[in-house]
Design a protein around this ligand. Structure first.
Ligand code: NAP
Length: 345
């Protein structure tokens, strides 16, 4: 890898009177200025596409308030300058969450400058590309699985359901849960993804409608010991109502809605619980263990073999913002950042 020494390329989003405009352009090498105390500058080899990036690219004020802006909540690459003694030039690192890509210039640029507390060394053997197949989605999938397991339920108690299973968090959750010994029921709106989800690790694939069927009832037949919900809304409500006694569902997403129509019955008649998952502000000091677990898993290989990894360059990102907002992305989209212009020439 040859880190840039002069200008660097970034996908910039502008808010104009005509609406949001996006273009790849050159920025000065020292953007966003001098390296402040404790900051680390990173040459970004790979980033990845997440739902939140599309919201930022479309001007969602809950994600990004100040434009022009470079989205990208994930980044992996090498340290090019550091004023944090934990990091040296040439270290292989990964950054996910915190304010990256929200109101701090993110991974859709060849260079980022972030506080050292946001940066993790990549575990040995985890390439920048693999780290971005995982990214925030993989980190969230790992936290979701840890959340249901710490809630006191395990594979011996019954099957585990994953909603939005063909998405980033969903597909990686299927892989990690199968690896951990769970019998996984994958719920997906895409019939075309069923074979890939079986390859990734699902024991069965059911339709999106089947997972939330009968959601208006106070309780549904108890069939899952645990669930990883990436959808929210009716799906999360139906999963709460479908858990076996003392079952646990983790909740991380809202693509299917923010209101969850569930009464107290599943909680007081079956003792089930919901565990919320927040990967963005997960404590820095606990992140290395999660990355270690992810690096040791075969999740990235499973997704690659199932055809659920799409690699694109910065210049190819534009249509994918709409694809992910429309729920049309299957698996993970990794974005080749540093040198992607050279590769296209
Ligand atoms: N809390 C956190 O820390 C955290 C971290 C990462 C992501 N998230 C959130 O988790 C969610 C999933 O993220 P992601 O990166 O996996 O996104 P993604 O790749 O777009 O996957 C979302 C999946 O949900 C399903 N879906 C889409 N629209 C739907 C709808 N209207 N109703 C029901 N299902 C729908 C689709 O899967 P199928 O077609 O297979 O059903 C889609 O592929 C997002 O809301 C994201 O903001 C939260």
């Amino acid at each position: 890898m040859t880190p840039h020494t002069s200008e660097f390329r970034a996908l910039r989003v502008y808010k104009t009177e005509q609406g949001m405009e996006r273009r790849v352009e050159q920025l000065p090498a020292d953007e966003p200025g001098e390296l402040t105390d404790g900051a680390v500058r990173i040459a970004v080899e790979y980033s990845s596409l997440n739902y939140k990036d599309a919201l930022s690219a479309h001007g969602a004020p809950g994600v990004t308030k100040v434009y022009p802006h470079t989205p990208g909540i994930d980044a992996a690459g090498e340290v090019t300058a550091s004023s944090d003694k934990r990091f040296a030039v040439g270290d292989g690192v990964v950054v996910t969450g915190f304010d990256l890509g929200m109101n701090t210039a993110g991974g859709f640029g060849e260079s980022i400058t972030v506080p050292g507390d946001w940066v993790q060394h990549r575990p040995p053997g985890l390439s920048a590309r693999d780290a971005m197949i995982l990214g925030t989605a993989g980190f969230t999938a790992a936290l979701s699985l840890m959340a249901v397991e710490s809630g006191g339920t395990g594979p011996e108690d019954g099957p585990l359901a994953v909603s939005g299973a063909s998405g980033g968090v969903g597909s990686l959750s299927v892989a990690l849960a199968d690896e951990a010994g769970w019998r996984v029921t994958a719920g997906s709106g895409k019939t075309s993804a069923a074979y890939s989800l079986i390859q990734v690790g699902a024991a069965e694939v059911v339709s999106r409608e089947e997972l939330s069927d009968g959601v208006k009832k106070p309780l549904l037949p108890a069939r899952f010991a645990a669930a990883i919900d990436t959808v929210g809304g009716d799906t999360l409500a139906a999963l709460c109502k479908s858990l076996l006694p003392r079952g646990v569902v983790s909740a991380c997403g809202m693509v299917g809605g923010t209101d969850v129509p569930v009464s107290v019955f599943p909680f007081i008649l079956r003792g089930v619980s919901i565990q919320g998952v927040d990967s963005q502000s997960y404590p820095a000091e606990s992140r290395a263990a999660v990355w270690q677990r992810l690096a040791q898993s075969g999740a990235t290989r499973r997704l690659e073999e199932a055809g659920l990894v799409t690699e694109i360059s910065l210049d190819e990102l534009e249509p994918y913002f709409d694809h992910i907002l429309d729920g049309r992305v299957c698996g993970r989209v990794v974005v080749r950042v540093l040198g992607s212009a050279d590769l296209e020439d």
